[in-house]
Design a binder for this molecule. Structure first.
Ligand code: TYD
Length: 214
């Protein structure tokens, strides 16, 4: 049986990672024989999608930061047990639109919650499994927010409505994390044209897979 690999896609809001993932998927399906599962956090299974609705509801302005963290962790756990871990056991290449690093960066760097607590909760939710590779799509906060505002079809969520300051903390958090975990996290400049970003993401995934199967 082939190995399952866990690849996460991370970035500030408006970095375009979801669009890149959509474009990347057919290219990878053509090239890779392994089954591919694409899924997202928060969400991915019914219970976690319902938790997502609670977290992102624009009316929930009174939500406490620790409540928010615990809800993301609860959504992660259910998604992990029901969908991601079984897919890895079956040898899938799993592409995750956001994962543990989003909690480290949004709730840690962004909201200022205790980093050790977040690390522990992430481990608890995923039985200590980390991504094998993380693609970090980097854009300055102003560019990300501008893209969100331009995209009329995108659902606006509670996080999108937060101040620029939070988004800047998030971006700085990602940059620091990418530096400290450079063996796992590859940074891609997402201000480039979409075709170039997709190509870079594709090359990065293939390089990883070639190395992994050697
Ligand atoms: P979503 O609409 O999926 O945004 P995007 O398309 O940018 O991924 O909304 C997810 C939001 O939840 C996004 O603002 C990031 C945030 N988030 C956290 O704050 N912590 C987390 O652990 C996760 C998974 C997401």
């Amino acid at each position: 049986m082939t190995n399952g690999y866990l690849l996460s896609f991370e970035g500030p809001d408006g970095a375009g990672k979801t669009t890149v993932l959509e474009r990347l998927l057919p290219l990878l399906r053509e090239k890779v024989s392994q089954p591919i599962l694409v899924t997202r956090e928060p969400g991915g299974v019914q219970i976690s999608e319902r938790i997502r609705d609670v977290i992102l509801d624009v009316n929930h302005t009174q939500m406490d930061s620790k409540t928010e963290l615990l809800l993301y962790i609860a959504a992660r756990r259910q998604h992990w047990v029901e969908k991601v871990a079984p897919a890895l056991d079956e040898g899938c290449l799993v592409l995750m639109d956001r994962f543990i690093d989003s909690s480290v960066v949004y709730q840690g760097a962004g909201r200022g919650l205790d980093k050790a607590a977040i690390a522990w909760l992430n481990d608890y939710a995923t039985d200590k499994r980390k991504p094998d590779l993380t693609l970090y799509f980097d854009v300055p906060s102003e560019v990300g927010l501008e893209r969100i505002n331009q995209n009329a079809s995108r659902e606006v969520n509670r996080l999108d409505l937060e101040a620029l300051e939070l988004h800047q903390k998030v971006r700085n958090g990602y940059l620091a994390l990418a530096e400290s975990e450079s063996d796992r996290i590859v940074t891609i400049d997402a201000t480039k044209p979409l075709d170039e970003v997709v190509k870079e993401a594709y090359d990065t995934v293939l390089r990883f897979l070639e190395k992994a199967v050697l």
